[in-house]
Ligand binder design. Structure first.
Ligand SMILES: [Zn+2]
Length: 325
């Protein structure tokens, strides 16, 4: 169903995951399912493009000096054009639009490279060797500061005509909802990201209406996290419980749409908020069951991601393997 990870002749592939705070990279040997020589370096996203790319080229050269490589893949936390240029890269310094990251690194390292959206890389890794291994089709959602998504069919990422198919975070939940960073209104990301969840309990927090959460956060609003909201909900706080139910409703209705339209065998939830466990998964399963009625016979399995924080870099290496392996 899927090509073996890594290069067939034993040579390596390099996987890189550029995040807002850290760049993660490692080497994938032929036939291996895990990265080796994994390392991280600070992104310094506020720095100019050249400074970030110089650091990246240096790290890439070190990895390829240690062991010969067939090529590299770079996961990008933004949208890409079909010819591999960055379109929108939120939370980075201006100047990234139009940059062909793989081409620039190819020139400085002499190694062929490809770029891939980071959520696409995540679900590719989970579908090949992670939580959805064995499923012919899997939809992945990353829940963190933003909300990402992607669809893998028969071991390949579905890019779509735009190259950016599967952007679950910008699936519209309410056309009359708040304006989203993408320019649309009421996107799932405006309700279901970590900052949106924290924002939903801010007012009750300052009003003292969520005493369990205030206690857990030591009275500091800036200490509130999705994990603390889940802990307060588990301790019986009705407002925190409701905030999680609301988040699960938005996500669950969105996933019910995915199940109805695309009928994947498996839905993988990853990103920081997947760590909320059953506090999230239980209401999510209920919502999915309530709204995905035509997908009832083959309702997708809803599972937590299995590969952790290295999934993006691993997926980028697998993506490179499809191109150069
Ligand atoms: Zn949006």
């Amino acid at each position: 169903m899927s090509a073996p990870p890594g290069g067939a002749d034993g040579r390596c592939l390099i996987g890189i995951d550029i995040g807002g705070t850290a760049i993660k990279l490692g080497r994938l040997r032929g036939g291996a399912r895990e990265l080796e020589a994994f390392r991280t370096l600070p992104t310094g996203a506020a720095r100019p493009v050249d400074a970030v790319l110089d650091d990246l080229a240096r790290a890439l050269r070190t990895l390829t000096t240690e062991a010969p490589a067939l090529g590299f893949g770079v996961g990008i936390p933004g949208t890409l054009t079909r010819d591999g240029r960055i379109d929108v890269l939120p939370n980075f310094a201006p100047g990234w639009r139009g940059v062909a990251v793989a081409e620039r690194l190819e020139r400085s390292c002499g190694l062929p490279g490809v770029v891939v959206n980071d959520a696409h890389a995540f679900i590719l890794a989970e579908a090949r060797v992670g939580a959805a291994a064995g499923a012919r089709s899997a939809f992945g959602v990353t829940l963190g500061t933003g909300v990402g998504g992607g669809l893998v069919i028969d071991g390949r990422v579905h890019l779509g005509a735009s190259g950016n198919a599967g952007q679950f975070g910008h699936h519209v939940f309410d056309a009359h909802g708040p304006r989203c960073g993408c320019g649309s209104h009421g996107c799932i990301e405006t309700y279901a990201s970590a900052p949106a969840l924290v924002a939903s309990v801010m007012r009750p927090f300052v009003q003292g209406a969520v005493p369990a959460l205030v206690r857990l956060a030591g009275g500091r609003l800036e200490a509130v996290t999705p994990a603390l909201i889940a802990a307060a909900a588990a301790a019986g706080d009705p407002i925190c419980r409701e905030a999680l139910e609301r988040l699960a409703l938005v996500l669950g209705v969105g996933l019910a749409d995915v199940a109805t339209l695309m009928s994947p065998e498996c839905i993988v939830i990853g990103g920081g908020m997947a760590g909320l466990g059953e506090a999230l998964f239980d209401p999510l399963r209920r919502t999915l069951a309530a709204y995905a009625r035509t997908a009832e016979v083959h309702r997708p399995a809803l599972v937590a991601a299995a590969l952790g924080a290295r999934a993006g870099a691993l997926g980028a290496a697998l993506y490179a393997g499809d191109a150069f392996g």
